[in-house]
Design a protein around this ligand. Structure first.
Ligand code: GDP
Ligand code: MG
Length: 151
């Protein structure tokens, strides 16, 4: 959409994954720089927006949080569809290994994570919503990838 100050973009990002992996906290860390140790299960879907500058352009990232539970599958699948947009080349996918602060109880090695991401053609990053490691970087990589796909 063309605006007075130049182009403006709205990108939709959906965070998916099993319950309790830290999806809601990743989002709240990115959008509000907040972490909640007692976060409640997400019901259905909700989104938050954050504005990011890419190439001097303003990109509004609309990040959708989802519930991991199977019973919300019908609701969430509708949002994945919307997120695909009009053209598959605009899609960027990333595998995020969250809670990397819990190194002492790690169950998946960095190499395993990277390997899986490579097999599936995904970007890969490890994050911690708790101590903020790579949270902004994770979203920025996805946003920049989408941006470069469409420009
Ligand atoms: P969701 O169900 O995927 O949305 O997960 P939540 O964001 O609700 O987080 C589930 C639990 O994991 C909560 O107790 C969070 O405080 C905790 N948690 C989330 N992210 C991290 C993280 O990066 N590190 C640690 N140590 N705990 C986290
Ligand atoms: Mg949640």
């Amino acid at each position: 959409m063309e605006e007075e100050g130049g182009e403006e973009y709205l990108f939709k990002i959906v965070v998916i994954g099993d319950s309790a992996v830290g999806k809601s906290n990743l989002l709240s860390r990115f959008a509000r720089d907040e972490f909640d140790a007692n976060s409640k299960a997400t019901i259905g879907v909700e989104f938050q927006t954050q504005v990011v500058q890419v190439d001097g352009k303003e990109v509004k990232a609309q990040v959708w949080d989802t519930a991991g539970q199977e019973r919300f599958r019908a609701v969430t699948s509708a949002y994945y569809r919307g997120a695909v947009g009009h053209c598959d080349t605009t899609v960027a996918r990333m595998l995020v290994g969250n809670k990397c602060d819990l190194e002492n109880i790690r169950e998946v090695s960095v190499e395993e994570g990277k390997g899986l991401a490579e097999e599936e053609g995904l970007f890969f990053i490890e994050t911690s919503a708790l101590d903020s490691t790579n949270v902004i970087a994770a979203f920025e990589i996805v946003i920049r990838a989408i941006y470069s796909n469409i420009s």
